[in-house]
Design a protein around this ligand. Structure first.
Ligand code: SF4
Length: 467
């Protein structure tokens, strides 16, 4: 997915930028970058985060950075920020999102004899493509509008200029962007979690497609928010940091409501509730509070060497790391019946491992309760699932097993109460080898978030939504 942070201040901003960007680290795994403007020149650094953390990589370089304004990024894709020299002046740019029509946009540019210098793997860099679309216009505002017009997918961005920072939230608001304020300074972030410890408070949640121009003295709205919003529901279920707010709705509290909804739909007897760390824990606490059942840590996360949700790009390594991070506690598990909450089931391989270990440690019953419905449709809008095809999803694998093909009767499979839905859940449950499996209902998830359904992207579960 990726996260952005930018700040502009009457004083040097480097420490704020460094920590503010670092607090977006849970959103991305591949590259981190910062660019600072000191009134004359831009200074930039980019590092690979696949083998180390943002703070460790950037700390030694901090003395080289000086300036009152800067932008940073944690990216799941290409190296950023890019420094651009154009007729609009020199600027630095960072983006979060995904371009689905990259091939068509690349062809359009090459047909005009334009060229690209950055690459992301063997492909054109999304950020360079966005910069190219901006440079086609006479102003930054018109340029960002041009991005919204041509780009299929999603894109939130920050542009650092010699006068201030342009910030734009994705046209349909799939990813968040929030403006923070402090005496003599402003900040922009994907996560409000970035604000507290650097002294900012939320000034404004940017609306879908809203553009602000921000200086140390104030901000100006360059484009009003659009009517339509499709913010990613997965932010509350899984991606978001517990202390963050999107649309003024707190992530941790939302997870409690998800767990409570699961509990209200359950009538079986168990001894305690547990959660798969990290995000499964909040869902489990919500379940346990609602049912007035003890919450216990059947698994604990080994934090001394795994301080954050570090996710290598390679799937096999990722699964090994996920397994190694969690340690079962036999004393809690032996002879007990438990509800095991997790945020979601993607492939199901990790959860299968979790259930197996609990059973091997002597658990009598393991009732699996994911906080969201069965994932049936891969994400087309963010990088959530670029590394997986629909066939990677546990739901689709079950459908393939039942139908001989993975794309048959998807509407029925996505509808609780149908025979096909029950057959799919039974097939997934057998694979997990759990005692019972019961997913969250989509209506309950939407109620737990608290926004009207039409303001949320629910494509993962019901296939709805468009560009
Ligand atoms: S498809 Fe799923 S992951 Fe992608 S934006 Fe929509 S809710 Fe989020």
């Amino acid at each position: 997915m990726g996260g952005l942070f930018g700040t502009i201040s009457k004083q040097d901003c480097v420490t704020d930028l460094f920590y503010g960007t670092d607090y977006n680290s849970h959103l991305g795994t591949r590259r981190g970058g910062m660019a600072v403007y000191d009134g004359a020149v831009f200074t930039r650094a980019i590092h690979n985060l696949e083998n180390n953390y943002f703070r460790t990589k950037f700390e030694p370089e901090l003395p080289q950075f000086k300036g009152n304004s800067g932008i940073g990024v944690i990216s799941d894709t290409e190296p950023q920020p890019l420094l651009i020299h154009s007729h609009l002046g020199s600027y630095a740019i960072v983006t979060v999102g995904r371009i689905v029509n990259m091939e068509a946009l690349t062809r359009r540019a090459l047909d005009r004899h334009l060229h690209f210098s950055e690459t992301s793997g063997s492909a054109v860099s999304m950020t360079e493509m966005v910069a190219m679309l901006i440079n086609e216009c006479d102003t930054f505002a018109a340029g960002i509008e041009n991005v919204f017009l041509h780009l299929k997918g999603s894109c939130s961005l920050l542009i650092l200029t010699d006068r201030g920072i342009y910030s734009a939230r994705d046209k349909l608001g799939r990813t968040p962007l929030i403006l923070g304020r402090r005496e003599g300074a402003f900040a922009l972030s994907s996560e409000t979690t970035s604000f507290a410890n650097v002294g900012f408070t939320v000034e404004k949640y940017l609306g879908p497609g809203e553009i602000l121009f921000v200086t140390a003295d104030g901000y100006e709205q360059i484009r009003k928010p659009g009517e339509r919003m499709q913010i990613c529901t997965f932010l509350w279920v899984y991606y978001g940091y517990p202390s963050s707010y999107y649309e003024n709705i707190n992530v941790e509290e939302c997870r409690y409501r998800c767990g409570a909804a699961l509990a209200r739909n359950d009538s079986g007897e168990v001894d305690f509730v547990t959660g798969v760390p990290d995000s499964g824990v909040a869902h489990a606490i919500g379940y346990s509070n609602e049912k007035k059942l003890p919450y216990k840590r059947a698994y604990v996360k080994y934090t001394p060497t795994w301080p954050r949700s570090f996710m290598p790009q390679n799937q096999a390594t990722r699964e090994l790391v996920a397994k190694m991070k969690l340690i079962p506690n036999p004393n809690i598990i032996q002879g007990k019946r438990m509800v095991l909450c997790d945020d979601s089931i993607v492939r199901g391989t990790q959860l299968k491992d979790n259930v197996r270990i609990l059973t091997e440690q002597g658990a009598r019953e393991v009732h699996v309760r994911p906080a969201c419905p069965t994932l049936i449709f891969p994400c087309e809008f963010l990088n959530f699932s670029t590394s997986r095809s629909s066939l990677d999803l546990a739901g689709r694998k079950a459908i393939k097993e039942l139908e001989g093909r993975e794309d048959a009767h998807l509407d029925e499979y996505a509808t609780p109460g149908t025979d096909r839905y029950h057959a799919m859940i039974e097939t997934i449950g057998k694979k997990l080898r759990c005692t019972t499996l019961k997913y969250q209902k989509l209506d309950d998830l939407i109620t737990a978030v608290g926004l009207p359904r039409e303001r949320l992207c629910t494509h993962c579960w019901d296939g709805t939504g468009s560009f």
